[in-house]
Design a protein around this ligand. Sequence first.
Ligand code: MN
Ligand code: MN
Length: 454
Amino acid sequence: MYCKNIWTNASEDKKEKIFSFCEGYKTFLTDSKTERDAVSASLEILKKEGFVDLYSLKEIKPGDKVYAVNKNKNILACVIGDKPIEEGMRILGAHIDSPRLDIKQNPLYEKCGFALLNTHYYGGIKKYQYVTIPLAIHGVVYKKNGEKVDINIGEDENDPMISVNDLLIHLSAAQIKKPAMEVIDGEDLDITVGNIPLKDDKSGEVKNYLLELIKNKYGIEEEDFVSSDLCAVPAIKAKDYGLDRSMIAGYGHDDKVCAYTSLMAIVDQGKCEYTTMAVLVDKEEVGSIGATGAQSKWFENVVAELLFKQGNESFLAIRHAMEKSKMLSSDVSAAVDPLYPSVNDMNNSCYFSKGIVINKYTGSAGKRGANDAMPEFIAFVRKVFDENDIYYQSSELGKVDAGGGGTIAYILGNYNMEVLDAGVAVLSMHSPMEIVSKADVYETYLAYRAFIRY
Ligand code: MN
Ligand code: MN
């Protein structure tokens, strides 16, 4: 099953399972454009499957299905195993944030008769990919009295369209000579939102009309933007890709594809020998920092809470639980692109439809920022995959010195936990429309399910 094509020998039954599993994923992806959206979508699945809030329970016992939510941006789903948690867990860790344009805290301004929203991009984007595409605004505004206003504009068929302008080709003589990173200036990624002036108002007419509109519709004032989390994301739905429908196009496969497959593995596998969990974190695209990123103490706090609810208050228990755990850092890999093969070492790259991708290390330059999984652990994972007929492949992130990137693997590795990066191959990564293979999505789900049983 190593480096072989899944479709070649797939039975009709398997093909059917691949396609039907991916229907659920497409819905999840469309509903999970931001980390907040992904937490809501995950919570809906978990509640339907009988998972309950860990903090509502006095004690836990084998077979209990629990979840914990951190600040609506970070969620963990867990099934309590037969063995005590102190003996270690089986963890799948993915991230649910994706690159996008964030709306600034004083966003609204007027120029040349237009009202615009100022943005500050989030994560690694090619700025030129974000102009002249339909955008949607997702997020929340908190008023001083604590009231939360949910915002979702641009997804509904009847919603207006908004986007970032680009200079017409006729007058682009100077612009198109610039390097790609400078073609669009970060400060020019502003969203056009209006053109009607407010009646009898001399200065800031268009902006004031917009403010009146916003106040009438959402009850928020201009100052309320200061306490908001608003994200501009591509306004596209996840859809089948390719004339043979073998792939899925959508915004945010990195890393919702591993988040969904991890979550469903926990949900569908049920009780195991060891306690199993899917941890879905925020902020990976900006360094896994802060309260909701993988570096947050929150995860450790939840494990401490689990131990406490198993009646284990030993101060050493948390250290043992972390150190004895095994984890797949569920994150995507860069697939070989037929249009740009020169960035890859072909023998150490991943390909569509050849199954889950393992990366011993990621990082850049001399493997800087990598976790570098132990060969003993990789051998263990290979055995699991082989015993369960899982298609898998091994890859690096491109040629040496071609670029690089990281995952959350090293952060959990810091607990002396065994961690290996393993996930789905993606094309056009970090673009507004990323692509994955349906066969890989399903195979990754099967791989995660198998892993947590060992
Ligand atoms: Mn990622
Ligand atoms: Mn990424």
